[in-house]
Design a protein around this ligand. Structure first.
Ligand code: ZN
Length: 348
């Protein structure tokens, strides 16, 4: 029996007879199949068009796109890091060099020049949301970076010019530390351990073992190298070109050739540290003063060229903490050197 055939029941002959299929029947079947195929084709075409189904080519493009987008993201992040670093340089530039060389820093509005204004990135507008935003952001970051680099370059060139113009002044600027010891007492008002009153501390104290070399902090001329009951053995240097004087006190010995009128270079050994004069322990007392009115200045502000503002701030905090702890202990102990703020030869 043919499984595809259809049958009817012949009552007269009491048997099933196979129905002959006419051409209309066959046509209907073909039509059904064609109709179904058409529906399926339409659905497939729609799916391809709407990217529900991807062709292999599209799939390759999609993963390429994804990789590019990720890479662009990474580049963007690195540019942000560079930009932050440049900002830090600009900050240091402003805080340190410009303060010391007394040049006006590049104004903020000049630094921001070209920011805003016309939309430079319209060309990315036609792209879909994510891609457009990413390209726009990356292009903006790159522009900012270029601007920062060229501004920083201009700033350094300007500083270079200023420095070569003021070479003499700069050589005579007290710009280094007189010694490498820990700073144990800072500049400012403090409680005096021997006199038991609050007194101005006109310099900073470096904790040093007796006999440690003490360096001139700038080029200059020795004005005094002598003894006073207060400062003990001390050296005063005049830095006329820059308009400052520096003082190094409680020394144990002067270096060879250190006498009134002798010229010294920055970094030259001028003495050995000690514990002479009104001092409660071996240390170096160091002062910076204006030459014209002899007013004392905070020497910390002169150490900054080799420090970032942050490092400077940390140093300040450490010194404060150390002083607070020292006040809580036996303040006359040998590890807390203090000295008289009085001045035998300089009017205040
Ligand atoms: Zn001191």
């Amino acid at each position: 029996m043919n499984p595809d055939a259809r049958y009817y029941y012949d009552e007269e002959n009491c048997q099933f007879v196979e129905v002959e299929r006419g051409w209309t029947d066959r046509l209907r079947s073909v039509g059904l199949v064609l109709g179904l195929a058409l529906v399926l084709t339409t659905i497939a075409a729609w799916a391809l068009d709407a990217h529900v189904i991807l062709t292999p080519h599209e799939r390759a493009l999609q993963s390429k796109n994804q990789a590019l987008r990720e890479q662009l993201d990474r580049v963007g992040n690195r540019m942000s890091t560079l930009s932050t670093r440049l900002n830090r340089l600009a900050e240091k530039d402003k805080e340190v060099y410009r303060t010391l060389l007394q040049i006006e820093p590049i104004a903020k509005d000049v630094r921001e020049v070209g920011v805003g204004g016309t939309d430079l990135y319209e060309k990315f507008d036609h792209l879909d949301g994510d891609t457009g935003t990413l390209l726009r952001k990356t292009a903006a970051k790159l522009d900012k970076l270029e601007r920062q680099v060229s501004l920083q370059g201009a700033s350094y060139r300007e500083l270079e010019n200023a420095m070569s113009e003021r070479r003499d002044q700069f050589d005579q600027l007290p710009a280094i530390r007189p010694s490498n010891g820990r700073i144990v007492s800072g500049y400012g008002m403090r409680h005096h351990p021997i006199l038991n009153v609050r007194k101005m501390h006109a310099g900073v104290d470096f904790l040093l073992r007796t006999g440690t070399p003490v360096m001139a902090t700038a080029e200059g001329v020795v004005r005094r190298a002598k003894f006073s009951p207060t400062y003990g053995k001390y050296v005063d240097l005049y830095h006329e070109e820059a308009g400052y004087m520096t003082r190094y006190a409680h020394l144990s010995a002067f270096a060879d050739g250190i006498r009134r009128g002798a010229r010294v270079e920055r970094g030259q050994k001028i003495a050995l540290s000690g514990n002479t004069g009104r001092s409660t322990g071996p240390h170096l007392h160091y002062e910076v003063r204006k030459l014209n009115n002899k007013r004392s200045l905070n020497p910390m502000n002169f150490f900054v060229p080799d420090m970032t503002p942050k490092e400077y701030h940390q140093l300040e905090q450490r010194t404060k903490r150390y002083r607070a702890r020292a006040r809580g202990r036996d303040v006359q102990g040998p590890d807390v050197p203090m000295d008289e703020g009085g001045d035998p030869s300089v009017s205040r």
